[in-house]
Design a protein around this ligand. Structure first.
Ligand code: SF4
Length: 343
């Protein structure tokens, strides 16, 4: 199992919440205490995470929609990724979608109530020709669709980051995926430092940062804690927490990793909340499959989700996501903005 839960001493979760709310940073030991807490302590942990989440985000949920704008045939060997040319899963690749199609999908995302539209391409990094299309699309979206834009395009050079920022990209995503220690077991074609460099380049160009990782690849709790500490240090605005799904069959990590339990997945979300109190924590891919019946509880720690599926796998659907949000007594930031305008 990747989910040790045999910590004999229950951490004082309320004291950790107080620390987070007063600007303190949880120590590595405190972070590990959260991940190693007994499952029976989950209600107390969730209550502490909720107190912090409510302080900074109220009952609002930021809904994101992903577009896989260029799929598959990636030369990199990220061991969790079905779009790697090393993966055995049969995934029909396609080249970069047209700017017209990207704009159309941004409009559809807005109609579905999305706060942010995330354009993703499977690649080590964007070519200048692809950037021509992407920057054209982003300019048109920013001129006509009231939605924020994030791009996730692999590794960036300084000139390419500047082009994206000038086109109007609000936020750049590049996940660290795991700890520096574990990353070489995930990927050998680029390094964790390459990823850090890209995040710093994107930030220097003026874009907000989005960076998180994947849980359940065979990493230890120490690796998860170190990832949470690393994204805090980078000052990212948004942290997607993905859970490796068995349905990502055909990837080396899905074939070899032990599955995470729903309780462990919740503990991870609580850890990210307590370490990154005011940031957007997103219960990302694997939310439905790995959290199972505990899925709605994710929103007591996280304040953001993807709706309408992921890059290569479907989610539970927009209607089910919105119903879950409303059943919890929460509302999307889009709904809250519309209600304010009509009040
Ligand atoms: S660089 Fe991105 S698309 Fe390519 S294998 Fe890695 S995660 Fe997948």
């Amino acid at each position: 199992m990747t989910t040790p839960t045999d910590n004999p001493r229950m951490p004082d979760f309320e004291a950790l919440a107080d620390k987070a709310l007063s600007g303190g940073i949880l120590s590595r030991e405190e972070a590990l205490g959260i991940l190693r807490a007994a499952d029976a302590e989950l209600p107390a942990l969730l209550a502490a995470a909720w107190r912090v989440r409510r302080h900074f985000h109220g009952n609002k949920v930021k809904v994101h929609v992903l577009m896989n704008a260029k799929r598959g045939a990636c030369a990199e060997d990220c061991g969790f990724c079905a779009q790697s040319s090393k993966a055995t899963k049969e995934l029909e690749p396609y080249k970069l979608e047209s700017a017209d199609q990207i704009v159309k999908e941004a409009e559809m995302a807005h109609q579905r109530g999305a706060w942010k539209f995330c354009i993703v391409t499977a690649t080590r990094g964007p070519s200048d020709a692809d950037l021509d299309v992407l920057c054209d699309a982003v300019r048109r979206i920013k001129a006509s669709v009231p939605i924020r834009v994030c791009t996730s395009l692999g590794l960036l050079t300084v000139p390419r980051a500047k082009r994206l920022a000038e086109a109007g990209v609000d936020r750049f995503n590049h996940n660290l995926e795991s700890s520096e220690r574990f990353f070489p077991e995930v990927c050998t074609t680029h390094s964790w430092k390459d990823r850090i460099d890209t995040l710093r380049t994107a930030k220097a160009a003026g874009m907000e940062l989005c960076s998180g990782g994947i849980v359940g690849m065979g990493e230890t709790s120490e690796d998860v804690a170190d990832l949470a500490l690393a994204v805090r240090e980078l000052g990212v605005s948004s942290i997607p927490v993905n859970f490796l799904m068995e349905s990502w069959s055909g990837t080396p990590k899905a074939a070899t990793s032990a599955p995470s339990t729903p309780a462990y997945c919740l503990k991870v979300l609580c850890l990210f909340r307590l370490l990154n109190p005011d940031k957007d924590i997103r219960a990302a891919a694997g939310r439905e499959e790995k959290l199972g019946a505990l899925q709605p509880m994710a929103l007591y720690a996280a304040n953001s989700i993807f709706t309408d599926g992921y890059l290569n796998t479907p989610g539970q659907g927009v209607e089910a996501d919105l119903k879950m949000i409303r059943d919890l007594g929460f509302e999307t930031v889009q709904e809250a903005a519309q209600a304010q305008m009509t009040a």
